[in-house]
Write a new protein. Structure first.
Length: 428
């Protein structure tokens, strides 16, 4: 009995390992270390199995951790079919920026501020002849069509709290406009209106897409709505703020305006941040024209990035985008003949100056695109636990056995002279 006690209190490391392996929950450890029951070749085979399983487990865990540290996001798309959809903000801009007649009457060629710019515009009801929403006529006033000066010229914005419950041509917005090409200034290349379909509150700038609509015929503009909700939680977040307060296009436009005004000493028409400066003269001011021609938008964005003026690399965390497509239906000859019978020349006038457009959703549905973390910390722990259980049958209890019982209570105490077979937690 005394000899047995001496063996337990002065055990070899191999005996300690064998005794621990015989009772551990780690699969294969007991078979690889039991010298009394199994032959050497059998134990070596199990050692190879355990080492191989451990190597594959460590490789997979490393891959899981590396994948987690990429902080990737998953994107989900849901199609929502509501009873009704809110209508977007519609902005229409005549490609002709000023009235040639008013230029002569006012003796203004290049306006220098908002007041002079507005003085060169025809009356709103001379440009927008009729408006209908959901088949109901709406009075054309500056309350229903808010005037706004943009880089695209003098535009009118339509906003409504009413919703659309009927897709196609019999719902949404119908607008009739008159171009009056005889009043165009020199240099106006296109006879059309540019239509911007945007989230409410979005500022018009040159970075935004638009739909050009030409006279002659009726243009059907079909709208598709998509809501984006990007992941906001760090470190998965790769976005900032939300629209319309922040958009990448507006950020870039503000940056370009900042560098342009500093270089040229004047501002673009749509630059409302530097109202103390004059508008640039793009028609007769040669210095402004040359500065505008030599200006490079890409270099301006690089300057903003380099000097820390603005960082436009991140998209907004929340934004609603409207995609638009258009088709044109030509007027029938019968219709044109009818116009001619009322007023000689009206058929040609209609083809040259009148624009009829209908703007509405093609379907009463929209997409919601959301992002979420591909791998959260809880998912990572579950994946690591699955890998450990698959290759070695290791659980949380097994980890405690390895680091607690074997390493802390049996192996490390040997450095302090405690060489017990069962370690510090064993029998005295």
């Amino acid at each position: 009995e005394d000899d047995d006690d001496d063996d337990e209190h002065n055990a070899l490391l191999g005996d300690v390992m064998q005794e621990w392996a015989g009772g551990t929950s780690v699969h294969g450890a007991a078979l690889a270390s039991d010298r009394q029951t199994y032959s050497l070749w059998f134990r070596l085979c199990w050692m190879v199995v355990v080492v191989f399983g451990c190597a594959v487990m460590m490789w997979q865990i490393q891959a899981l951790i590396s994948q987690y540290r990429n902080f990737d996001v998953s994107t989900d798309t849901e199609i929502v079919v509501p009873d009704s959809i809110e209508f977007p903000e519609i902005t229409i801009c005549n490609t002709n920026p000023f009235s040639a007649r008013l230029q002569g009457n006012q003796s203004i060629v290049d306006p220098v501020n908002e007041e002079e710019f507005k003085a060169l515009q025809p009356r709103i009801d001379d440009f927008i002849w009729a408006t209908f929403f959901n088949e109901q006529e709406i009075n054309v006033t500056e309350e229903t069509w808010k005037p706004v000066i943009t880089d695209a010229g003098y535009c009118y914005q339509f906003n409504t709290d009413n919703v659309v419950s009927r897709p196609g041509v019999f719902g949404g917005l119908e607008v009739w406009t008159y171009l009056d090409q005889d009043d165009y200034i020199n240099g106006t290349d296109l006879a059309a209106v540019n239509v911007f379909i945007l989230q409410k509150g979005t500022k018009i700038n040159e970075q935004l897409p638009f739909v050009p609509v030409s006279p002659g015929g009726e243009t059907i503009i079909s709208v598709k709505k998509t809501q984006f909700g990007r992941e906001k939680q760090a470190p998965w977040a790769r976005c900032t703020s939300k629209a319309p307060e922040y958009t990448q296009s507006q950020c870039r436009d503000d940056c370009i305006n900042h560098v342009f005004s500093a270089k040229c000493g004047c501002r673009h028409w749509g630059d409302s941040n530097r109202t103390e400066m004059r508008f640039c003269g793009y028609l007769e001011n040669e210095a402004d024209i040359n500065c505008y021609s030599d200006f490079n938008d890409t270099e301006a964005l690089e300057i903003c990035q380099r000097d820390g003026i603005a960082d436009c690399s991140l998209p907004p965390c929340e934004i609603t985008i409207y995609e638009a497509s258009s088709v044109v239906a030509d007027n029938s000859q019968k219709t044109l003949d009818l116009y001619e019978s009322f007023w000689p020349g009206l058929g040609d006038e209609f083809q040259q100056n009148f624009i009829a457009m209908r703007i509405n959703y093609d379907k009463l549905q929209f997409e919601v695109v959301t992002q979420s973390p591909s791998i959260t910390f809880a998912t990572l722990l579950g994946s690591i636990g699955g890998s450990m259980g698959l290759f070695l049958g290791i659980s949380v209890v097994s980890i405690i056995e390895i680091f607690g019982d074997l390493l802390c209570l049996r192996v490390l105490p040997r450095g302090c002279g405690i060489r017990r077979l069962y370690g510090l937690g064993g029998r005295r």
